[in-house]
Design a binder for this molecule. Sequence first.
Ligand SMILES: [Cu+2]
Length: 318
Amino acid sequence: MTAGGACCAPVATRPGGARTMPGLDDAAALRLAASAISIPGGRALIGTDRPSIPADGEGPLRTARLAPFRIGAGAVTNAEFADFVAATGHMTEAERFGWSFVFHAHVPPELGPTRRAQGAEWWCAVEGASWRDVAGPGTEGAAWRPDHPVVHVSWHDARAYAAWAGGRLPTEAEWEHAARGGLGDVRHPWGDALPEADGVHPCNIWQGEFPHRDTGADGYAGTAPARSFDSNGYGLYNVVGNVWEWTADPFRIGSLKRGARERARAQRGHRVAKGGSFLCHASYCDRYRIAARIGNAPESTLSHTGFRVVWPETAIVR
Ligand SMILES: [Cu+2]
């Protein structure tokens, strides 16, 4: 068990696997797609010329042309994921491997000592932690909230849900385009203003001294409901902060520098996650920005990583 990706992501390599299963019937999948947000296609911006963490491959600012698409207004919730599991019997990778990473402050003391991620010791490998038992065995009643984003889901789990729902995971370009909400080259979904300027909390991130105490001044010291805080210009909630969101894309860094090449080699096969989480803070991990990104192993699972789904615009018959 090694640590990579700074604050937010210990990298756990374990043998993964994908499986296929029957999807929702067409009418149910259409209803889900119809409830998602319609995003205009055309010229989209990706990345930034003002990277805060250049080593992550945030820059440069570039453009792509995208077809119109639909994207979930929020991350997939526990209630939605429960429907998927009830319909398919899907067993998540955290359940199959028997453990997942839980942020140390959320591990019930009665569980006793746990293994820690090297270099990111605030991540505890908790046996029995899963999307249901969010903080460890027996914590479903105390810690599971139907309207919060599902967590402890691997990239494989996220992809399986998206396929069942008749959609797929967003590309990094689609995610950023939707995250910008029509504002163009901005740092955050609400613009360039820093969170907590004038005591304003536009998203769910860390306040206090990381990793010891999150004061919860923004209202939450863990996850917040998937649809909370103000939405962006397109109507997406919690684009940054709250939980990292898996994308479809392989993690690559567009740089010829030796450090970048070495990192790309070490993270070969990893997938891009976007948006940062409730653990991000300017003093340690300033990744609650649109251009911020990390790569993580597709079988890895953590208590701060979820996903949202996209559907083709053409799925909706008007
Ligand atoms: Cu972070």
